[in-house]
Design a protein around this ligand. Structure first.
Ligand code: SF4
Ligand code: SF4
Length: 385
């Protein structure tokens, strides 16, 4: 791992998965006017790390690199991470074909870090029998990736074993945030410890848990405000993640210029947390844990194969709103928006494909039933699509 990435890189990376889109458009219709301003602000403030993937924004995210960075900034002034979509792999040939497509979409000649995307116990075998590790190593040998690794979505024990078997892995992207630090499902702390044990660097995804730590319940906000009246809750989440050893950078999937402004200000003169701050986070977790919401991060991995085109994260978001405010009338409009371009919750045929892809292990079908009960009772009839 280069010293620059490990020691000097500012500890905030720009995740290109929740970009603003043109009103009324699909995920593909990225609002490039806004995104260009966001990227420029990010670069002007001394940050330089961008994280994209083949599947983000239905395949459109990688083009941000070409449109907003390549040719505008010297190549050595920014770092780009891209990822191989493991669910598209049918054999060894798929790797090269997709990788060449990624080079072409980004306009780059190499990636600073290249990951196998979404590694977990369910696809270890696929990687082995399609020779994914061999392909990954070849990228480094050919100078097409400076560093190699994978993003990871399973418990710590298999991660420890995997890293023992693959000493070529230099970096792992982990879901790490203060709410999941001790969670039995996500196991942020244990996964981070496994990486440290093998001397593997870590990049952090979901430090703000898909935005849900940006504006937490007032009881949580109160804990932070008592110690730092002027810092945002998002800043606490980012700084917590960045305050651990071996972290290359912490990604934030920013959606507007205000978020870029706040996050870059928070991380400009970053200092790792001391005892006082860690104690405040512990208190905040306690307050948070008393609000029982569904831990959806809006990653949208569940929506790709849904035969009913159900906007799962949006509907789950409405159930969470209900849990917080205990009122269907205040979220009824939000539910109508959530089903505006897809099926109703009640149109679910319980094929469970979504649940197989959910890194948070959410029982999606159960929550959809609950949403149908809550929000569809008084709706005019319309066949579920
Ligand atoms: S279980 Fe329901 S929501 Fe999930 S993919 Fe199948 S139809 Fe869609
Ligand atoms: S339900 Fe799971 S897969 Fe779907 S958006 Fe939420 S966290 Fe992601």
């Amino acid at each position: 791992m280069s010293d620059y990435l490990y020691k000097e890189l500012p500890k905030l990376g720009f995740g290109l998965m929740r970009l603003p889109t043109i009103p009324g458009g699909s995920q593909k219709d990225i609002d490039f006017d806004q995104v260009t301003k966001m990227v420029d602000m990010f670069m002007e403030r001394g940050f330089s790390y961008f994280d994209t993937a083949y599947i983000y924004h239905e395949g459109a995210s990688e083009s941000v690199i070409k449109k907003c960075l390549v040719g505008k900034y010297p190549r050595e002034k920014f770092q780009v991470v891209d990822k191989m979509p493991m669910w598209n792999i049918t054999g060894f040939d798929s790797y090269e074909r997709i990788f060449q497509d990624q080079l072409s979409k980004t306009g780059l000649e190499y990636f600073d870090i290249y990951f196998l995307h979404g590694i977990g116990v369910n696809n270890f075998e696929t990687i082995d029998h399609t020779e994914g590790w061999k392909f990954l190593k070849s990228l480094k040998e050919r100078g097409l990736a400076k560093h190699i690794g994978f993003s990871y979505h399973s418990p710590a024990e298999p991660l420890d074993k995997l890293l023992g078997e693959h000493p070529e892995i230099e970096v792992v992207q982990l879901q790490l945030n203060y709410l999941d630090w001790e969670s039995e499902q996500v196991q942020s702390r244990k996964c981070w410890e496994a990486c440290r044990k093998h001397g593997v660097a870590v990049t952090v995804m979901e430090p703000i848990k898909g935005g849900s730590l940006a504006n937490p319940h007032p009881t949580v906000q109160k804990v932070f405000k008592e110690l730092e009246p002027d810092s945002s809750a998002a800043s606490w989440a980012l700084r917590f993640a960045a305050s651990h050893d071996g972290i290359i950078t912490v990604l934030s999937g920013m959606s507007n210029i205000d978020q870029v402004d706040d996050n870059t200000k928070s991380m400009a003169n970053f200092k790792p947390f001391g005892e006082k701050e860690f104690a405040a986070v512990e208190k905040a977790v306690k307050a948070f844990n008393e609000i029982p919401i569904i831990p959806c991060t809006s990653c949208r991995y569940c929506t790709n194969d849904c035969p009913q085109r159900i906007n799962i994260p949006a509907i789950i978001g409405m159930v969470n709103e209900y849990i917080k405010y205990q009122s269907t009338s205040s979220v009824g409009f939000g539910y109508m928006m959530a089903i505006g371009q897809g099926g109703r919750a009640s149109s679910c045929v319980e094929c469970h494909s979504c649940e197989e892809h959910c890194p948070q292990h959410i029982k999606i079908t159960e929550h959809l039933k609950k949403a149908a009960e809550l929000f569809e009772k008084n709706m005019p009839g319309r066949p579920g699509r």
